[in-house]
Design a protein around this ligand. Sequence first.
Ligand code: AIR
Length: 194
Amino acid sequence: MTKKQTKSKQNKSSSRKSINENKFSESSRPPVSASSSLVAIIMGSQSDWDTMRNASETLNQFGVAHECRVISAHRSPSLASEFASSAEERGFEVIIGAAGGAAHLAGVLAAHSTLPVLGVPMRSEALNGLDSLLATVQMPGGIPVATLAIGKPGAVNAALFAVAILANNRPDLREKLHRFREAQEAKIRATVLQ
Ligand code: AIR
C-alpha cells in the first residue's frame, strides 16, 4: 500500500471509528493495516489488563482514540518487533508499553520505533513491581523509555502523559488538560474532613 493510500484509509476509518469501539483484544494478528488510533496501549499479558484498563479509561475521558492489545516481548518477540516497526507508519503517535517481572516490553518497543514510548511497570507477585520498575527504567543511553510509577498510578499517568504529548499540536486537547487540572484542584479545595 502506498503512503497516499494508507493516509486516505486512515482518514476514512477515523471518521467511522468512535472511541467506544476500542475493545481489549488478545488477538495476535500481524499489525499490517493502517490505524485511526493515536495511542497504542501494549501489555505483556492479559493479566495486566486490570491495571492497564485505567490507562484506556483515562484516554477515553479525553476522547483520544487508542488501541489496546497483548504483545509479549518474550512470548511473542516477532510480533513485538513487527508492531513497533510499523506503528509510526500506521499513524500511532505514542506507544505505552506495560509489563511485569522481567519487563522488557517497553524497551523492545522503543528499540524498534522512534515514537515516544512510555513504560508502565506492573506490580509483580515476587517483588511487588520493583523488578518491573528496574527492568523498564534502566534503559541504555540511546533508546529512551519514559517510565511511570508502578501499577495504577503509572497507568493513569502514562495516559495523561500521552495526552500532554498529543496536546503539543492539538489546542483542544491542551484545553481539556487545563480543565482536568482545574477540576482536580477544585476537588482538593472542596475536601472537608469530618
Ligand atoms: N510478561 C509477559 N511476557 C513477558 C513479561 N515480562 C509479564 C506480563 C505480566 C507477567 O509477565 O506483562 O505482568 C505475568 O504474566 P502472566 O501471563 O504469567 O500472568
